[in-house]
Design a protein around this ligand. Structure first.
Ligand code: NAD
Length: 401
């Protein structure tokens, strides 16, 4: 990293002028820690992974997990072509099947019209590639034909690109069908743009003082099945996965609300909210994990190049495509999930968390400099990790014991 980049990060990553160019009514900036997760080997390449997150333990957990996966060669990842789905809501139609047939017959014209808006994306090999049709009859507002425009957005997240294309083709669809278009907007359930990651952790590496590796493997698999079967558990399980993924999404200037919406909608795709990961054991007794989720991430557009810290995050990764970024994020999600399950299935997560929590309380109570660690340690030693106690220690001039 260059000196200028270090300075940019230390200064919070964003000037007031830059903030005002990103959104409206800006009155200040809000900084979050920018960290680096280590030990990631993905498809035989080593990565330093930028993570922006306020929650303690996530970066350490990811780095620790990545080290165990690295022992068996790291993560193997994959991804679909970057195809986004744009939706057009067609109403006031006499017959959904007739309207669909009319649109199918003119598909080439519709795609050509969409591509007239694709600009530089088409020049890079992307653009509109197809249509899908979904019938939703008998709704409170009548029969609905939902047309999906499939659009390859290359290295962009693609929201603006596809929304422009949709607005452009809507009048043509009305003319073809005689119907009325209401909404024209991308779907955040970008399930044509999936990313996957898988990896193996040796049972031997999972041994603890009190449990052999095979027992920990079993406990992790049981925890995984719990999340696959129970939505109450799956919500928390997937939240942990998104701890890792969102941190990468933020560090690269991507839209984490879009990614969150897509991940959870995908987790509920069969009408039953379930886990985004799957864990199992091989014949040698080692632990295998796999994750699959939609990841609409860009390396151009949005804030990816407009936010100086995001630019640094992307440079640090040294990636060459939006697909590669999605694959890295998927690997981080799998690593984070593994670390959480391992902790939950062995010591529980509170031990590590309470240490960081104590530090946060010390800060919140007004501790400064070296006092933060001292107060935090005192809270831990007393087994009394509460804000009131931290305040009392500081008010009493606490420096050392
Ligand atoms: P964008 O419009 O800023 O940038 C994409 C453009 O970059 C393309 O149209 C193309 O002209 C250009 N480009 C240059 N090199 C390219 C390459 N290699 N591959 C592809 N395009 C290239 O951004 P976007 O990705 O269309 O939209 C992302 C933004 O939209 C995010 O800020 C997001 O928050 C926002 N958004 C999201 C939603 C949603 O998720 N529901 C809705 C609206 C807007």
């Amino acid at each position: 990293m260059q000196r200028a980049e270090v300075r940019t990060l230390a200064a919070g990553g964003l000037s007031m002028e830059q903030a005002e160019q990103l959104i409206e009514n800006v009155i200040g900036r809000f900084s979050l820690p920018f960290a680096v997760a280590t030990n990631f080997t993905i498809n035989s390449r080593d990565y330093l992974v930028p993570m922006v997150i306020e929650e303690p333990s996530v970066v350490a957990a990811c780095s620790f997990a990545a080290k165990l996966f690295r022992e068996t060669g790291g993560f193997q990842t994959g991804s679909d072509e970057p195809v986004m789905i744009g939706q057009i809501q067609l109403l006031d139609l006499d017959d959904l099947r007739v309207a669909e047939a009319q649109l199918r017959a003119r598909q080439a014209d519709i795609l050509a019209e969409a591509n007239a808006q694709a600009g530089s994306i088409q020049a890079r090999g992307g653009g509109a590639i197809g249509l899908d049709f979904r019938h939703i009859p008998g709704t409170p507002v009548g029969d609905m034909l939902v047309v999906h425009l499939l659009f390859d957005v290359r290295d962009a997240m693609g929201a603006n690109a596809i929304n422009s294309a949709l607005e452009h083709i809507a009048p043509l669809m009305e003319r073809i069908t005689g119907g009325r278009v209401n909404l024209r907007i991308l779907s955040n359930l970008s399930d044509r743009r999936m990313a996957t990651a898988r990896g193996v952790v040796r049972a031997k590496s999972l041994e603890t003082e009190s449990a052999p590796g095979a027992e920990v493997v079993s406990a992790i698999i049981e925890a995984g099945v719990f999340a696959e079967c129970d939505p109450y558990r799956a919500a928390t399980h997937n939240k942990g996965i998104m701890n890792g993924i969102d941190a990468v999404v933020l560090a690269t200037g991507n839209d984490w609300r879009a990614v969150e919406a897509g991940a959870h909608a995908y987790a509920a795709r069969d009408g039953h909210y379930t886990s985004l990961t799957h864990w199992w054991r091989d014949d040698a007794g080692d632990l295998h994990g796999e994750i699959a989720l939609p990841l609409a991430l860009g390396i151009v557009g949005g804030a990816t190049r407009a936010h100086p810290a995001a630019k640094i995050g992307l440079q640090m990764l040294g990636i060459e495509s939006a697909r590669e970024l999605a694959e890295v994020a998927a690997a981080v999600g799998l690593a984070q999930n593994f670390a959480a399950l391992r902790a939950l299935a062995t010591d529980g997560i509170q031990r590590g968390h309470m240490r960081m929590h104590a530090r946060q309380l010390a800060l919140a109570a007004g501790a400064v400099g070296g006092q933060v660690l001292l107060v935090a340690q005192q809270l831990i030693d007393e087994g009394n990790i509460r804000l009131e106690r931290a305040k009392a220690l500081i008010a009493g001039g606490f420096r050392d014991t």
